[in-house]
Write a protein that binds this ligand. Structure first.
Ligand code: NAD
Ligand code: KPL
Length: 297
């Protein structure tokens, strides 16, 4: 059995793609685990299907736990249920950004904690409909020492989904690469309330992107992520903004739906890291504060 903690868009995507009967959602401690969760699944290609996913029962021991909450919820969600699972159960963190993964790995350093970086796209235009909006790749790698031994078995289990899953020994590097893209696109789309491609002609973006890329370059160098020039980072951000030009970013979608954004784990993480490393991060700080004002909490 594969346990999924967080029955939102990404959790429902994995539950729909993994073989039926092999998956269960994990309820919050105080939540009565009633009837199964039912929803319609619209795959990227092919007809819609109905999906029923049961709740994990007290006697079920999952082979692996996928954590698919938002970054700000992951630590508390895991803390609420982790004592139910044996010490050797691998736990895979699917959160965007950085900060939450390191916090979980530091707290449960004796457990096999892995992190995933995924470019799959899933959303729920209606509560009972899950749309696989874009296919991508998922890289999984170890965050704690004991996770190294579990990497290949976990990747093999998840490959049964038909989604593309790769082992990645240097998962932090992979998460940093995605962080750069999210830091350079998401806050602008949220502040300007526009699709990804439209940020490129805006004065907010044009006035601040070189400063942001300079901060990113300095932070990466000081964090052991190698030397990447601000110009190269800007090119990568702009290539993704053009490729996903008509997309609504996850941060803009969160703001439009009145949800808390993941800004504290994207530009907010970078601003905090800058303070720790004594690197000035005025653009990350400004973007974080402005996006924080757009969402609740
Ligand atoms: P979501 O808001 O749709 O789903 C999160 C779910 O977690 C919600 O159903 C929420 O009720 C649940 N949750 C919160 N606290 C919980 C707790 N204590 N116990 C159990 N469940 C709890 O978010 P999402 O779009 O599925 O994204 C989840 C994470 O995956 C985010 O960090 C996101 O950035 C990342 N991600 C999402 C996608 C995607 O396509 N949706 C792709 C890549 C990465
Ligand atoms: O990952 C994304 C997000 O929206 O969070 C990008 C790459 C910006 C695509 O929309």
């Amino acid at each position: 059995m594969i346990g999924i903690l967080g029955a939102g868009a990404l959790g429902r995507l994995w539950a729909a793609c993994l073989p039926a009967g092999r998956v269960a959602f994990i309820a919050r401690p105080a939540e009565p685990a009633g009837a199964s969760i039912r929803y319609r699944f619209r795959p990227f290609n092919g007809p819609e299907t109905d999906v029923h996913v049961p709740w994990l029962t007290a006697g079920d021991i999952p082979e692996v736990v996928l954590v698919t909450t938002k970054a700000g919820d992951a630590f508390e969600a895991i803390a609420g249920v982790i004592d139910r699972f044996p010490r050797q159960t691998p736990i895979v963190l699917f959160q965007n950004g950085l900060g939450s993964q390191q916090r979980v790995a530091a707290r449960w350093s004796d457990r096999p904690i892995l992190a995933a970086s995924s470019t799959e796209g899933a959303n729920r235009p209606e509560p009972d409909l899950l749309v696989h909006a874009g296919t991508g790749d998922t890289w999984i790698g170890p965050m704690t020492e004991s996770a190294g031994r579990q990497l290949n078995p976990v990747v093999e289990l998840l490959n049964a989904s038909g989604l593309t899953v790769h082992p990645e020994q240097h998962i932090l590097q992979r998460l940093w690469q995605k962080l750069v893209i999210n830091a350079g696109i998401n806050p602008y789309t949220a502040l300007l309330d526009c699709p990804n491609g439209d940020i490129l002609a805006s004065s907010l973006y044009l006035d601040t992107i070189d400063g942001l890329c300079h901060e990113l370059s300095e932070l990466m160098r000081a964090s052991g992520q190698g030397k990447q020039t601000p110009e190269a980072l800007r090119q990568r951000i702009e290539a993704v903004a053009r490729k996903t030009a008509r997309n609504t970013s996850s941060m803009r979608a969160d703001v439009l739906n009145g949800r808390i954004t993941e800004i504290n784990f994207i530009n907010g993480y970078l601003a905090t890291l800058g303070k720790d490393l004594r690197i000035q991060t005025p653009v990350n700080q400004m973007l974080t504060e402005q996006v924080q004002q757009l969402s609740p909490g």
